[in-house]
Ligand binder design. Sequence first.
Ligand code: NAP
Length: 310
Amino acid sequence: MGEPVYAKMAVVGCGLIGSSVIRAAREAGVVGEIAVAETSAPARERIVALGLADAVFGDAVEAVRDADLVVFAVPVMSMAAAAKAAAPGLKAGATVTDVGSVKEHVADALTAALPDSVFVVPGHPIAGTEQSGPDAGFAELFQNRWTILTPQAREDEPYRDAVARLARFWTALGARVEEMDPKHHDLVLAITSHLPHLIAYNIVGTAADLEGVAEAEVMKYSAGGFRDFTRIAASDPTMWRDVFLTNKDAVLEVLGRFTEDLQALSRAIRWGEGDKLFDLFSRTREIRRGIVAMGQESAEPNFGRDRGKH
Ligand code: NAP
């Protein structure tokens, strides 16, 4: 057990990620008191039943009072409203962060909604599953996963101290921490996470609408690739709607490149250009093996759960 990094932590939005932050922080002993603000009444009931927090509120102002760390863990497009609601209760000098999957939009929303007296340090743990809600969280979620912080462009000592303290917090939760510019974060995540989700959602839709192939057959023969490939298509619709709407530019940029490459593949198939296909598949096989090897170095141990990286 480590020393508490923050005497009081407030988590606004206590679903999969918020409840995992709480579980991991408790296990690491890095926070004293924990308060939660959660708008969903059934979720509040579960949070109380699970004993996740010392105090559970519907109102964010109550939860964030006296907190040294405030973590917004609501869907990306709810961040602005959640921050506005919490603002009057924030203690001067508190660190305010988030776990949103898109960073430029959230950084702008938090900065606009919050007073200058707090330190805003946006963040994104690249760890998750396709589940939602407080029951789905677990303490090991962030072990050996990256958490990216996208601090504001300021070098004054109090702010940099707040960033360093937050990095210490995430490290204690088992994460590897890196700083990044928010725009760059959004481009990197567009190709590594957002586009794969879009393709998974799309292929399930295509399969469902395909005339001549029954849904039962898709299920029955899904081991041919469909099942592995589409696990992430079961991810939360609100969360992912928000990701695509708030990371529009980067997603459309990588989608454009992807579509061009797909067109080239479709041309190679049409014209029977086997060498082209073979060369590409050989190259991607090497790249994919490289990625897996790198992942094994940086993402072990695997706790045996069915998890994705968002
Ligand atoms: P989740 O399980 O659906 O939990 C979000 C919770 O926040 C819900 O209970 C929701 O209640 C509540 N909420 C919504 N607006 C609120 C508000 N204004 N104040 C207080 N509570 C509010 O979602 P999640 O998967 O934990 O995702 C949370 C954030 O983490 C998102 O920004 C997402 O981009 C990011 N993230 C997710 C993953 C992942 O794999 N899921 C990974 C990394 C980062 P209602 O249901 O009533 O709206």
